[in-house]
Ligand binder design. Sequence first.
Ligand SMILES: [Zn+2]
Length: 463
Amino acid sequence: MRGWVLASTMAAVALGGGSALAQAPVAADQPLLRAVTAEVEAARLRTGIERMVAFGTRHTASETRSNTRGIGAARRWVEREFREIGRGCGGCLEVATPSQTFTGARLPRPTEVMDVLAIQRGTTDPERVIIISAHLDSRVSDVMDFTSDAPGANDDASGVAAVMEAARVLSKRRFPATLVYAALSGEEQGLYGGTVLANYAASRNWRVEAVLNNDIVGNSRGQSGVVGNTHVRVFSEGTRATETAEQANRRRYNGGEVDSPSRNLARFLDDLADRYLSNLDVLMVYRTDRYGRGGDQVRMLEAGYPAVRVTEAAENYDRQHQDLRTENGVRYGDTVAGVDFAYLAQVTRLNIAAMAALASAPPPPTGVTIAGAVKPDTTVSWTAVPGVAGYRVWWRSTTDPQWRFSRWAGPATSLVLPGVVIDDWFFGVSAVSAEGWASPVVFPGVAGSFERPPPAPPVAPAG
Ligand SMILES: [Zn+2]
């Protein structure tokens, strides 16, 4: 929750009534985001999920030659859908199917894990990439059972349906940055599709700014009967998976535990939901994933890419990873009956708004630093981002979940905040375009940088 107008007003208060506060060219409202969210259709999401369920099982080790059953048929269907959407936008989508063969605890035989990607190249900054992902594979009670029916309507056909709806809606527009729509496989067997995606992103030298991993996003009635149709959880890591011991030491002293790029991506989504969606709020969860559980965003985080997990507010475990059966009057299984399509449409709108906003905005600033120890003022500095109108410096109390105060810096690459004592606040900066699109806020230093850290040097093979 944050608002530009409110923030500016409060900034004036925090700065002692600074009447000279110049206003940023930040539009109060972006018509594009109203338009793209209005185009999401719950009926299309339903059709997509029903089609995926009809493949019987989409287990990663299932049949690949059949055209009607198994993961192979499901992958080829997604590929055809992406190509069809691409035809509708004059060939704006490049479809790619990167794959790797894995063996592991849950993949006893070497198994090819293939992702299906649609890539919508950015107009001016195509190496900068915004990804929406979900996993196509499904499972039942026994994770090794690759033959029984595993509808996976909510886990995670709901996410894949959102990915495909995002492609349909956003491919009608052009954006400065590249958008990638990703249907992954191998999640249930060990997050393998996330590994394939991370490797593919690295091989193409993508500067991945954001991964929105949608996994279990369509059920609104929780196990206990609670209805959670007005909230969606966004999980984000606190400290970066790539943090070195030396960086951790510095961060423990100066802060940054709650300001990874993924966390500031979550704040960006929270703000968008407040401004553009009725009856859907973001519940930020300060965790990489649900307790003891995982998702494909983990592999992207390990590779140094900012990523969040989007998941429904109230899960129903009778409908996850279950054999289809009835026991003591309770129906188990992940069927279409458990999907709330109006709710899924809302979650899809949040994703689409976020992708459009991120891809329209300038890239997040790099080289963000703060200075001001033993001084009454704080100076925030950053590296210039080409082509922007200027920068907005943000700060908040160290216990506040959202950025609260802000000040427009204009095109300068540093700003002094008079009377704002460095010890008492967390600081960040966002790049803003002439049209008022703002990047996520970047916390200073490695802890908050959206840049991928240099890959670790290769380990020498043991002699
Ligand atoms: Zn899942």
